[in-house]
Design a protein around this ligand. Sequence first.
Ligand code: TZP
Ligand code: MG
Length: 233
Amino acid sequence: MRGALELARRTDWTVYHVTDTALSGGPDRVPAIAAAAVRGGAGAIQVRDKRAGEIEIARLVRACRAAIADAVGTEAAGRVRLFVNDRVDVAVGEGCHLHIGQDDADPVEARRALGDDLLLGLSVSTPAQAAAAVTAGLADVLGIGPVRATDTKPDAAAPLSVAGVAACVRALEAAAARPAAVAIGGIDVELAHALGPTGIDGICVVSAIAVAPSPADAARTLGEALRSGRDSR
Ligand code: TZP
Ligand code: MG
C-alpha cells in the first residue's frame, strides 16, 4: 500500500475545516481560524481560495502551517493534515496534501506529481463516482457531497441527503484498500449528528467554523455531534 493511504488511515478525519478567505474576513484571518479549528480538534485543514493566485495561496498555506504549529505545538501539528484545494503546483512546492474536484486536475497527473507520500483528496457527488474513485485507486480521501445545498458553493452538484452519503459509503465498503471518506456541504451540528450512522470517517465544513463566534468551540461541538451520532446507531 502506498504511504499516503497508510497516512490516511492514521488521520483523525472527524472534523476537517476548509478555509474561505472572504467568509473569514480576509486572508489575515484565515490562519487564526484554521489554528482555532485545530485547537478545537480538527485533524485536517484545507486552504481553499478560488480567487487567489499561486503566490497568495502558497503564502496562506505557509501561514496556516505556522499558526497551527504555534497553537498546538509541532508534535500535535504533525498529526494535522494540511491540504490545498486544486493547486497541484502549490501542493508540490509547499509539500502539502492536495484536494481536487471531478473537473479539476487530472487525478493521474496529480498522483504522479504528489508522489507516494502526499495525500490526494477527490470530491465525489454520487455512489457511482465513489465506486469509480475506488477502482481508479488514486485518491486517499473522498469528499462526499454536497450533503445539502449550501450558499458557500452555489454551483455544487445535486444534494445527496444523509441517505445518499450512506449509499456512497456503502459503495466503498467492498474495497480492500478503501480511501477515507468525509461528508461536505451544509453541515451544522444537527446534520453532523445525523451523519453519524452513515459510517463516514468525518465531516468537512466551511461556514460552520469560519463564521462561528468561536471556531474552536464550533469544531469541538461538531466533532462531539458526529461521535454521538455514531454511538446512536
Ligand atoms: N464542496 C461541496 S459543498 C462545499 C464544497 C467546497 C462547501 C461547503 O461549505 P459549507 O459552508 O460547510 O456548507
Ligand atoms: Mg475544485
